[in-house]
Ligand binder design. Structure first.
Ligand code: 5GP
Ligand code: MG
Length: 172
């Protein structure tokens, strides 16, 4: 029977996202950005974050299939849903649920560069540090943890737990 331990409450998450929204709004100084959300995990984080921004935004999504199983990704990443907006010469902010090995974000940055954006920055809800394999620059981080498998607030385990309003550590 899976066991959940609370990591962040809904209220704590809200405070962190407000702070992120403020920083991002200040940094871009009124310029419009294109937010590229990574499905599915980032959908709740993205929905909350964009409503804390005071700059104009357009929103698009990509989906990545990373072929691994269980609680870790094996490092093979492929695009399963392509970008639809034209990001050439535009400021792009990638919004992802969690950076673990870093392979997914590294792959995505590579993919996005092909479309010649003016800039690309990365915002993750969770920075999980212990298993990092590639050194990716995370411009905005909501919360940092060392290890463990997290669920809730968009993050799933085999498709479940995404709708939990808080963030939890899962022990199978
Ligand atoms: P990376 O490529 O950085 O190793 O992993 C990125 C992807 O692995 C995330 O987008 C997420 O889908 C999945 N992942 C990594 N750690 C966790 C975790 O603690 N919980 C959940 N639910 N997914 C994770
Ligand atoms: Mg993901």
């Amino acid at each position: 029977m899976p066991h959940l331990t609370a990591v962040l409450s809904r209220a704590e998450i809200h405070k962190k996202i407000k702070a992120l929204g403020n920083r991002i709004s200040e940094d871009y100084g009124g310029q419009e950005i294109v937010i590229v959300g990574v499905l599915k995990g980032a959908f709740i984080f993205l929905a909350d974050l964009v409503r804390e921004l005071r700059i104009p935004v357009q929103i698009d999504f990509v989906q990545l299939a990373s072929y691994g199983s269980g609680t870790s990704s094996a490092g093979h990443v492929a695009i399963s849903k392509e970008l639809e907006l034209d990001i050439a010469c535009r400021h792009v902010l990638v919004v992802e649920d969690i950076a673990d090995s870093g392979l997914t974000i590294a792959y995505l940055l590579d993919y996005l560069k092909r479309f010649r954006p003016a800039s690309v920055k990365v915002c993750v809800f969770i920075n999980k540090t212990e298993r990092r394999q590639v050194d990716v620059l995370l411009d905005y981080v909501g919360h940092t943890v060392k290890n463990g498998f997290l669920v809730g607030y968009g993050l799933d385990y085999n498709g479940s737990y995404r709708a939990l309003p808080g963030l939890y550590h899962l022990k199978v």
